[in-house]
Design a protein around this ligand. Structure first.
Ligand SMILES: [Zn+2]
Length: 350
């Protein structure tokens, strides 16, 4: 595997309390005086007003202020086509959909993208892909990493807890993803980019050192999720951030009557995969104990039959993608785990 010739990682990174009210300063210092703001529809007051006030205060004019509720490719392309020609940058604010759409619009327009997530539910805010839907099906399309990442830790701390737990689930999946990557090297000779693997693996440990929901914990979680995106950019592949646990989550999105948040599905799948891989399980347990992850899942349990079906179909989701699930028939083990593991049984119902 060759490193991409050109990798573009964020230049401006602000992860701190009050960062939201400084967006205007950051943009003006960078001479981005005319911007398009793409913001999650219905984003909680007073966040939109705080952003608008900061832009105004620092002389940033808003050529477009668009509320995003759809992340289908057609409406994203339309937004790009209607973008005023004098725009210097695209600012995406809010949750996953708005950030994915803003990232793709900026990618199409070759414009710098400033990501302003207001919650930390997954690593998408700083990944080189946009998750959009095409004819109702979710697809990951190549895009560029943001030029700027602005995370107000106080705002993310105030976000609903289940969103942050979803971010924890997406973060912990890097253990099993990196392990799957190494298994693919041994079984299929797929080359591993050691630096990207190290970065991804290391990012979890920073949050593990302080797995709490306070300003410091949020800062560590945000930075760790950001490093995962950068690891993907460095090696030009999703391998350091996504393995068999993500395949299971994608399968659930396709078959489940009520798919849950990405990171909640991925987190539980990571625990199961770690048992199959025989490594890192204790660390995952510690992290889920410390953050209350198990309890949150048990409050709204998954369907055991849907999960069994998802694990069965997961290996066929991505061609030429070797993981632990391709190495043997794991179904008897998974059935046993889902019915008898004492941590998991409260997390599932039939
Ligand atoms: Zn993910």
């Amino acid at each position: 595997m060759l490193r991409p010739v050109h990798i573009a990682i964020p230049t401006l990174v602000r992860v701190k309390s009050g960062a939201l009210d400084r967006i205007g300063i950051y943009l003006s210092r960078d001479k981005r005086f005319t911007v398009a703001v793409l913001i999650s529809s219905g984003l909680q007051a007073p966040l939109p007003d705080r952003i608008a006030a900061s832009l105004k205060e620092h002389g940033i004019s808003t050529a477009a202020w668009i509320e995003v509720s759809n992340n289908d490719l057609e409406s994203t392309a339309r937004l790009f086509a209607e973008l005023p020609s004098n725009v210097h940058a695209v600012v995406g604010v809010g949750g996953g959909k708005a950030l994915d759409v803003a990232k793709y619009v900026s990618f199409l327009g070759r414009l710098p993208f400033f990501a302003v997530p207001t919650s930390l539910s997954n690593d998408g805010f700083c990944s080189p892909q946009s998750s959009l839907t095409i004819r109702g099906r979710r697809r990951s399309l190549s895009a560029s990493l943001p030029f700027g990442v602005i995370i107000d830790t106080e705002v993310c701390l105030a976000a609903p807890r289940f969103l942050t737990l979803s971010g924890v689930g997406d973060l912990v999946s890097k253990f099993t993803a990196v392990r799957d990557w190494k298994l693919a090297f041994h079984a299929k000779g797929e080359s591993v980019d050691d630096f990207a693997a190290l970065l991804s693996d290391g990012s979890i440990h920073s949050f593990l050192s302080h797995p709490r929901f306070d300003l410091d914990g949020i800062r560590l979680l945000a930075t760790a999720l950001m490093m995962n995106g950068i690891a993907m950019e460095i090696c030009g592949s999703s391998r350091p951030a996504s393995g068999s646990e993500h395949l299971i989550s994608h399968a659930l999105d396709a078959i489940s009557r009520r798919p849950r948040l990405h990171g909640l599905q991925v987190g539980i799948a990571t625990y199961i995969i770690s048992l199959l891989q025989g490594i890192n399980t204790d660390r995952i347990i510690d992290l889920f104990d410390a953050t209350g992850f198990w309890t949150a899942i048990a409050e709204d349990p998954f369907s055991r039959s849907e999960w069994l079906q998802a694990v069965r179909t997961a290996p066929s989701i991505k061609e030429n993608f070797y993981t632990i699930l391709s190495s043997r028939d794991v179904m008897p083990e998974v059935e046993q785990i889902l019915t008898s593991d004492f941590r998991l049984t409260p997390c599932f119902q039939d």
